[in-house]
Write a protein that binds this ligand. Structure first.
Ligand code: GUN
Length: 295
C-alpha cells in the first residue's frame, strides 16, 4: 500500500510554480495577485482562507483578504466583486463558500470575471471543463488530478466511483476522470445520497473518491482489494484532549480501508494540501493569461 502524500506532491507543484514565476517575471510579468473574500466567522472557512493567504506569501504571490460581517448585504458583496473584476492588478478572485443563507451564492459566483475565476466555479469555466476546453478547474478535483499524475497512477479503463455530487468536488471530479486525457479515461459512476446499494457500487470500484462529508463513512467492507482510495473529507470531530477541541478525520475509515488499498490518501496530509497547490497554479495561470490580455 502506498500513501498518496499531499505534502510531498504539493511541495513539488509549488516548486514548479516558483520556477515558472521566476521566468515569468524575467520576461516582464508582474507578481500574481489573489483576492480572497471571506464572509462571517465560520471556523473552518477562516482556517482555509488563512492557509490560502499564507501559501500565497510563501510562494511569492500578492494577496488581499477582504472580510465582511455575516450580515453583509448581497449588494455590497456584489459591488466588491465588480470592483475586483475591474482592478487590473487582481489576477484571481475567490469567494470562500458557503455564504450566509441570505446571499445567493449563484449570483456572486456568476458575477466573477471567468478569466479571474481561480476556483473554477463560474458556469463558463464549468461548461468549458465539460467540453474539454482549457478552463479553470475547481481546486480540489484539479489537485487530485495533479496527485494522480505525480504518482503516475494508471486510470485508463478503470471503474471510478465518486461519492458526492457537489459542484465543488464530486461533479467536476466525475467529469475529469471520464475525459479522454491522461489520468482520465475511467468509466465513472457518480453516487449520491439517493444511490441504492452504495456498498455494491463501491465494491466494484478500482478507484473511489469519497467526497460526501461524512466522517469515516467508507469502511473496509465497502472496498475491494487493491483499490485506489482518495479521501476528500475534512471533518472536525469533537476531541477535548486536543488544544483546538477537535481532530480531523476524512470520509474514509482509514485503519480499515488502508490495508486493502494499492494507494490511499490520508487525512490530514492528503487532498487538502493539494487543493491549495491547485489554487496557486490556477492563480499563476490567471496571471499569465491576464498579462496576455493586457499586452
Ligand atoms: N469551500 C469549500 N471548498 C472551497 C473551495 O475550494 N473554494 C471556495 N471558494 N470555497 C470552498
Amino acid at each position: 500500500m502506498q500513501v498518496l502524500d499531499g505534502k510531498t506532491v504539493a511541495h513539488a507543484v509549488k516548486q514548479e510554480i516558483k520556477e515558472k514565476l521566476i521566468n515569468f517575471k524575467k520576461n516582464g510579468g508582474k507578481t500574481p495577485h489573489l483576492a480572497a473574500v471571506l464572509v462571517g466567522n465560520d471556523g473552518a472557512s477562516e482556517t482555509y482562507v488563512a492557509s490560502k493567504i499564507k501559501n500565497c506569501e510563501e510562494i511569492g504571490f500578492k494577496s488581499t483578504l477582504i472580510r465582511f460581517e455575516e450580515n453583509v448585504g448581497e449588494d455590497e458583496l456584489l459591488h466588491t466583486i465588480t470592483v475586483l473584476n475591474e482592478n487590473v492588478d487582481i489576477d484571481g478572485i475567490l469567494v470562500q463558500l458557503p455564504l450566509p443563507k441570505h446571499i445567493k451564492e449563484e449570483k456572486v459566483i456568476n458575477l466573477i470575471n471567468p478569466d479571474k475565476d481561480v476556483d473554477g466555479f463560474h458556469p463558463s469555466n464549468v461548461g468549458r471543463l465539460v467540453q474539454g476546453l482549457p478552463a479553470f478547474i475547481a481546486a480540489t478535483p484539479y489537485g487530485i488530478m495533479l496527485m494522480l499524475k505525480h504518482y503516475q497512477i494508471e486510470t485508463t479503463g478503470k471503474h471510478a466511483v465518486v461519492i458526492g455530487r457537489s459542484n465543488i468536488v464530486g461533479r467536476p471530479m466525475s467529469i475529469l476522470l471520464s475525459q479522454n486525457m491522461p489520468y482520465g479515461n475511467c468509466t465513472v459512476t457518480l453516487c449520491h445520497s439517493k444511490t441504492k446499494n452504495l456498498k455494491a457500487m463501491c465494491l466494484q470500484a478500482d478507484i473511489i473518491v469519497a467526497a460526501l462529508g461524512k466522517p469515516e463513512f467508507l469502511t473496509g467492507d465497502m472496498v475491494k482489494e487493491n483499490a485506489i482510495v482518495i479521501d476528500v473529507g475534512i471533518n472536525r470531530v469533537k476531541d477535548d484532549s486536543k488544544k483546538k477541541g477537535y481532530h480531523l478525520v476524512g470520509d474514509v475509515k482509514y485503519d480499515e480501508v488502508a490495508p486493502k488499498c494499492s494507494y490511499i490518501s490520508p487525512v490530514p496530509g492528503g487532498v487538502g494540501l493539494m487543493t491549495i497547490a491547485a489554487l496557486l497554479l490556477n492563480t499563476f495561470n490567471a496571471s499569465v493569461r491576464n498579462r496576455k490580455l493586457i499586452d
